[in-house]
Design a protein around this ligand. Structure first.
Ligand SMILES: Cc1cc2nc3c(=O)[nH]c(=O)nc-3n(C[C@H](O)[C@H](O)[C@H](O)COP(=O)(O)OP(=O)(O)OC[C@H]3O[C@@H](n4cnc5c(N)ncnc54)[C@H](O)[C@@H]3O)c2cc1C
Length: 490
C-alpha cells in the first residue's frame, strides 16, 4: 500500500516538474545572482544582450545580502554599477550611508572603560560616495580616520534595488529559487544548462558567477587551498601546498532596546557553553552601524574555511549559529554597552570567503599586488583594487597596498572553455591574490566587465578570447558617463 502511494506521488511529482519545465533562449546566461552575477547581468543587458540570470536563493545579492555583509569596505574602483546602486538606494530613507572608522581595539582611548572588542564604524552624513573610493596607504590610525570610509546598506533593500535595476533594462529575465544543476557541453562549448525544476536555458555565452559550479562540471582546472611557492613563485606562498582557506563568518544583527527597557543579558540557548570552545578566546568583531541605528556584527572569523568544507554547509551553519550565540552572550556579559541591544537576526547564509578557484588564461598573483598598476605590464586590465591581503586566520601574508593594482581580463577566461567566463570570487586568482581582491565592489566590477565582454562577443560574433579589453574598458567608461560622476553633495 505504502509503495503504491509512493509510486503515485512520484508520478504526480514528475508530471508537475514536466509541466513546469520550459526552455528559455538568451544571448547571455549568468549563473549566480551575487555581486558579480548582478554586475554581469546588468551590464550585458545594458549593452543590449538578452540575458537570463539564474539564482538558487529567493533574492539577489548573495553574500552581500543573504550573508549580511552589508559593508562595501573602502576601495578604489567602485565607480560603475556600484555607484548606480548607491544612487538608487540614496532615494530610499534609511537604506544606505557612508561610514567612518570610530572605535577600534588597536586604538584604545583613555576615556574608554575597556578596550573595544573589535572595531566600530559609524555613519557620518557629511561624507559622500567619493570618500569611499580609497583604501591604499599606510596602516596608521591617522590615515585610516582621514581617508578610509566605506558604504553600509540595508541588505534587503539592496536585493530589491538590484532586481528593479535588472527589470528596468527591459532585457533581463531573473529566475529566483532555481539552481543550476547540469551543463550540456562538448569541446569547451556549453549549449544549454538545466536547472533544478527542469528548465533548460540555451545561450551563446555563459557566465559562472558562483563558486565555480559550472566550470567544475566542464572539467576546468580547480585551485583550492594555498598554492606552494613552486606554483607561482609568490614571496608569501608556503613551501608545500596546504588546504588552508580564508575563514568563514556567520554575521548577525543587533538592535537597540527601548529607552524604558532595563539592561539585558540574553540567556544562552540550551547546550551552548558560555565560553569560546573553538579557539583560545572570543574573536574580535567588526561592527557597523545601520542607517536605522541597528548594528551588524562580523566576528573575525567564526570558523576556519577548511572546517566548513570538512563539516559540510548545513552542519557548519548550525555550528556557527551556536558560536554566534556564545559570542553575543560574551559581548553582553563583559561589555555593558551591549546590554542596551538585543539579538535581532542571524543571517540565513553563512559568509564563506573562499572555496575553489578556477584556473584561467592568467592567474592574478601576489607579484601583481606588490608591483601595482603602474608597474604591471598587462594591457588587458579591466578592474582595479587596493584592499590589503587578509586571510582571516588562513595563514597568508597581510599588509596594506602601496598603490592600486589591476586585474586582467584573462582572469575571467577559464582554460579549455570557449563560450564561458568566470566572474566573482572563484575567478583566476592565486589564494594570496584572492585574499585581497575578493571584496564585493571588486566582484561587481569583474561581473560588469564579463557582462560587457559577453555582450560584445554576442553582438559581433567574436570569440570571448578575442574581445579587445580596450573596448571593454571604453564601454564600461561610457556606462559611467551615462551616470553622473560622484558629486560633492552625493
Ligand atoms: C564573512 C565575510 C565578510 C566579508 N566582509 C566584506 C566587507 O566588509 N566588505 C567587502 O567589500 N567584502 C567583504 N567580503 C567579501 C565579499 O562579500 C565577497 O567576496 C563577495 O560578496 C562575493 O561576491 P560573489 O558574487 O563572487 O559571490 P556570492 O555573493 O557568494 O554570490 C554567488 C551567488 O551564486 C549563487 N549560487 C551558487 N550556486 C548556485 C547554483 N548552483 N545555481 C544558481 N545560483 C547559485 C549563490 O546563491 C549566490 O547568490 C566578506 C566576505 C565574507 C564571507
Amino acid at each position: 500500500m505504502d509503495k503504491r502511494i509512493y509510486t503515485i506521488s512520484a508520478l504526480v511529482f514528475t508530471c508537475l516538474c514536466a509541466s513546469a519545465a520550459q526552455t528559455i533562449e538568451a544571448d547571455v546566461a549568468v549563473i549566480g545572482g551575487g555581486s558579480a552575477g548582478f554586475g554581469a547581468a546588468w551590464s550585458a543587458a545594458h549593452v543590449g544582450a538578452k540575458v537570463v540570470l539564474i539564482e538558487k536563493e529567493g533574492s539577489l545579492g548573495g553574500n552581500s545580502t543573504l550573508g549580511g555583509v552589508n559593508n562595501w569596505e573602502p576601495g578604489i574602483g567602485g565607480t560603475g554599477v556600484c555607484y548606480r546602486i548607491y544612487r538608487e538606494m540614496r532615494k530610499i530613507p534609511n537604506a544606505i550611508g557612508i561610514y567612518e572608522h570610530s572605535r577600534h581595539c588597536s586604538w584604545p582611548k583613555p576615556w574608554e572603560k575597556y578596550r573595544f572588542p573589535g572595531g566600530f564604524q559609524a555613519i557620518n552624513p557629511c561624507l559622500i560616495y567619493a570618500h569611499s573610493l580609497r583604501r591604499y596607504g599606510p596602516a596608521t590610525e591617522a590615515f585610516t580616520r582621514k581617508y578610509r570610509h566605506g558604504v553600509v546598506f540595508e541588505p534587503e533593500v539592496m536585493s530589491q534595488v538590484m532586481l528593479r535595476m535588472l527589470k528596468e533594462t527591459g532585457k533581463c529575465k531573473v529566475l529566483l529559487n532555481n539552481a543550476f544543476v547540469k551543463a550540456v557541453h562538448s569541446d569547451g562549448v556549453v549549449s544549454e544548462v538545466i536547472l533544478a525544476d527542469g528548465t533548460r536555458v540555451k545561450a551563446k555565452v555563459f557566465i559562472d558567477a558562483t563558486d565555480g559550479v559550472l566550470c567544475q562540471q566542464l572539467g576546468c582546472e580547480l585551485m583550492m587551498g594555498r598554492e606552494p611557492k613552486s606554483a607561482f613563485n609568490e614571496p608569501g606562498a608556503p613551501k608545500e601546498h596546504d588546504k588552508r582557506l580564508n575563514g568563514a563568518t556567520l554575521l548577525y544583527r543587533i538592535a537597540p532596546i527601548g529607552h524604558k527597557e532595563k539592561d539585558l543579558v540574553e540567556p544562552l540557548p540550551e547546550g551552548v557553553p558560555a565560553k569560546c570552545w573553538w579557539r583560545g578566546g572570543f574573536p574580535v568583531a567588526f561592527m557597523c552601524c545601520y542607517p536605522n541605528g541597528d548594528r551588524n556584527v562580523n566576528m573575525l572569523p567564526a570558523m576556519k574555511g577548511e572546517e566548513v568544507i570538512a563539516l559540510g554547509y548545513q552542519r557548519a551553519y548550525a555550528e556557527c549559529k551556536r558560536r554566534v550565540y556564545a559570542h553575543w552572550h560574551n559581548l553582553q556579559k563583559n561589555y555593558d554597552e551591549f546590554r542596551r541591544f538585543k539579538l535581532k537576526l542571524i543571517f540565513p547564509c553563512l559568509g564563506i570567503r573562499e572555496t575553489q578557484r578556477i584556473k584561467g588564461e592568467y592567474v592574478l598573483k601576489q607579484q601583481d599586488l606588490i608591483q601595482g598598476m603602474y608597474k604591471q605590464k598587462h594591457t588587458d586590465m579591466i578592474a582595479i583594487a587596493d584592499h590589503p591581503m587578509d586571510s582571516h586566520g588562513g595563514g597568508g601574508p597581510g599588509g596594506e597596498m602601496k598603490q592600486p593594482y589591476g586585474i586582467p581580463y584573462r582572469c575571467l577566461l577559464p582554460l579549455k572553455t570557449k563560450n564561458v567566463m568566470i566572474a566573482g570570487r572563484a575567478a583566476s586568482f592565486s589564494n594570496i591574490a584572492a585574499s585581497s581582491c575578493r571584496l564585493s565592489r571588486t566582484m561587481m566590477q569583474l561581473g560588469e566587465a564579463a557582462g560587457v565582454a559577453s555582450a560584445i562577443s554576442v553582438a559581433d560574433g567574436s570569440e570571448l578570447r578575442k574581445v579587445d579589453a580596450a573596448v571593454i574598458r571604453q564601454t564600461m567608461q561610457q556606462m559611467i558617463d551615462l551616470c553622473p560622476a560622484p558629486v560633492f553633495n552625493d
